[in-house]
Design a protein around this ligand. Structure first.
Ligand SMILES: Cc1ncc(COP(=O)(O)O)c(C=O)c1O
Length: 475
């Protein structure tokens, strides 16, 4: 578990002071005019040279590191991803579905899942998640909804779930859903982008892999000490072909992987693979002290979720955006803000680490005090709309390809077919999906999001109050 085959090989390569007549063109940083610290990193920016293996056909250090990765996560096969969980999500959908296949998908999925479904040309059935009154976020699919969906669409080629949510809320029905899906011969694909650390100790939530999921994708860069874009994909399945997943990973990823990224994935694997009880005890102790110290800040509400690495902070009557702004003035940058709160991702400390929690608490206190001096800006958003448990596209992905599109005022869009995803981001849950009919209920939610100052990603022009819709008469 202690070995880091890629890191060790790169270190040896560096020490041998080889001359570069190969890519990349910066020649170990020699030609770069970036600041010194950047160039120090570029010295390790290698490519697939003798002794450094081949990313897409690994036989030595990358193969060895990926075997260690599979062992660490108790998977049959594991892969390092250099294009984030985004590419893992694409590959798992491509490997299991064909054009016209039905897929059951949790609606509060990341946009990469929606992109994958569209690229493949699937017929998705979107499952509406439960609403959590504590975190004010959408969570998992209830067993009743899931059961109904599997029974109605027993020919589905895959079930796609997200676990945990961005906010660290886990899925209590996952185990049962996987069991039921397997009894129908349907593989379960899990976007576990926020759960790469779950295997640290038994006190963390259970990983989808442990619960029997067929393919699990994790953003190592989100919660482990890996560099941005570094992710893992694990397969443990009788239903999904590892060769197919691997083929799509080869098609979808660069033929020039970043070795710095691969090294950081190798290192992060060793980090989590050697995480000890002592490490956990230190993590827990410092975390508890931090949480308790935050609870003494007047007007600050601290909300703990299933994942101990996530923490929500709220100041009553103020949006998360206002708190975020004040925290940033104090030099404290959070993972995300929404109309209710900010989300912190805490560091997965080991026993040898220190983190300046006391100092941070002072900064947060100051941010809260400054926030309280501002004009109150929180608008109560009514999330209690009854949404259909299951929904499908009004116009299939295949048919969408040939349709013309236009921008219209969103207030006039009820009944039209949406042509661009509309995703309040964060938290990244699509309000409208391409090909869906626009309803008045959803338009009301959109108006609330806009009024609350949420950032809304996707293909739209909401700055000018316009949505992208199919150019055709009302259907
Ligand atoms: C739930 C979820 N899945 C997938 C992704 C994409 O991950 P990556 O940034 O590693 O490509 C994200 C990114 O925020 C995410 O939140």
């Amino acid at each position: 578990m202690d070995k880091r085959p890629i890191v060790e090989a790169m270190q040896r390569f560096y020490e041998s002071q080889n001359i570069s007549f190969h890519v990349p063109g910066h020649k170990h940083g020699a030609l770069s005019e970036l600041p010194r610290a950047f160039i120090d990193v570029m010295k390790f920016d290698y490519t697939e040279l003798s002794g450094l293996d081949d990313y897409h056909h690994p036989e030595s250090i990358i193969e060895e590191a990926q075997v260690l990765l599979a062992k660490t996560y108790s998977a049959q096969h594991s892969y390092f991803l250099v294009n984030g969980s985004t590419v893992g999500n694409l590959a798992m959908v491509y490997a299991t579905c064909r054009e016209g296949d039905r897929v059951l998908v949790q609606r509060n999925a990341h946009k990469s899942i929606f992109n994958a479904l569209e690229l493949v040309g699937t017929l998705p059935i979107f499952l509406t998640p439960e609403w959590d009154e504590v975190t004010h976020t959408a969570t998992h699919i209830s067993m009743a909804t899931m059961k109904g969906a599997i029974e109605q669409y027993s020919d589905a080629k895959a079930i796609i779930l997200t676990h945990p949510t961005y906010y660290g809320v886990t899925n209590p029905t996952m185990f049962e859903v996987i069991k039921m899906a397997h009894s129908y011969g349907i593989p379960v694909l899990v976007d576990e982008a926020h759960g790469a650390h779950f295997i640290a100790t038994d006190e963390f939530p259970m990983s989808a892999l442990e619960m029997g999921a067929d393919v699990v994708v994790q953003s190592a860069h989100k919660t482990l000490p890996a560099m941005t874009m570094g992710s893992y994909l694990h397969i443990h399945s009788k239903l999904v072909s590892k060769d197919k997943v691997n083929r799509y990973l080869r098609m979808l990823q660069s033929s020039s992987p970043s070795y710095i990224l691969l090294a950081s994935l190798d290192d992060a694997r060793q980090y989590i693979g050697t995480y000890s009880r002592g490490d956990y005890q230190l993590f827990l102790k410092t975390r508890m002290q931090f949480v308790e110290s935050l609870r003494t800040i007047k007007s600050l509400e601290v909300i703990e979720v299933d994942d101990p690495l996530k923490l929500l902070l709220r100041v009553s009557k103020y949006t998360g955006y206002s708190l975020q702004k004040q925290m940033e003035h104090e030099g404290v940058y959070v993972e995300l803000a929404d109309p209710e709160q900010v989300l912190l991702i805490l560091p997965l400390l080991k026993a040898r680490h220190q983190f300046p929690y006391a100092e941070i608490r002072m900064k947060i206190k100051s941010a809260v005090e400054k926030c309280l001096k501002l004009q109150r800006d929180k608008i109560d958003i009514d999330y209690s709309h009854e949404l259909q448990a299951l929904s499908t596209l009004a116009v299939s992905y295949h048919d969408l390809q040939n349709k013309e599109e236009e921008f219209i005022l969103y207030t006039k869009a009820a009944g039209r077919i949406c042509a661009g995803m509309v995703i309040p981001y964060p938290p990244g849950i699509p309000l409208f999906v391409r090909g869906e009919r626009i309803t008045t209920t959803k338009l009301k939610m959109l108006a609330d999001y806009l009024a609350s100052g949420a950032m809304i990603q996707g293909e739209h022009d909401l700055g000018n109050k316009h949505l992208l819709v199919l150019k055709e008469e009302k259907i």
